[in-house]
Write a protein that binds this ligand. Structure first.
Ligand code: HEC
Length: 118
């Protein structure tokens, strides 16, 4: 009888630990993925232009006039920097995610730079 109670308690403790392991950090991660926070940087135009040249013009055109992706020439009129940071970090539709390809700071420079194009 006592053995039964002990193994019951043990099982309960394990189950609780497993639930904690999967739910707590999981929720935080999902929140971070759905709403990545843009790091605070001072706009560095040279860095932004270099990143865009290397990663974006194949789809958005060398003058940002649009190609596979839409024109970004007036992107600031569509989205603010936070929103652009979000789109570039997570990707959207045919637009790939740059979360693993660019540093958050690099994406932030690009977002601030594009947000000024109105
Ligand atoms: C593989 C092609 C591709 C690459 C590379 C790419 N994009 Fe895109 N991008 C797209 C497509 C396609 C869309 C339209 C997504 C949709 O359907 O919502 C888009 C949409 C966007 C939008 C939203 C435009 C709007 O007003 O709705 C922004 C901002 C953007 N891209 C920025 C960038 C930046 C910055 C880079 C480089 C770091 C980049 N993209 C690289 C294909 C690409």
């Amino acid at each position: 009888m006592q053995k039964w109670i002990m193994s019951g308690l043990f099982f309960f403790a394990c189950a609780f630990a497993v639930i904690l392991m999967f739910t707590l950090p999981g929720k935080a991660e999902v929140a971070e993925q759905n709403n990545p926070t843009m790091p605070e940087v001072q706009l560095d135009t040279a860095s932004a232009e270099a990143t865009v040249k290397a990663s974006c013009i194949t789809c958005h055109g060398d003058q940002l006039q649009g190609n596979i992706g839409p024109s970004l020439q007036k992107e600031g009129a569509q989205h603010n920097a936070e929103e652009i940071y979000n789109i570039v970090t997570k990707g959207r539709g045919q637009m790939p995610s740059f979360k693993d390809k660019l540093a958050p700071e690099e994406i932030a420079h690009v977002a601030l730079w594009l947000a000024e194009k109105k």
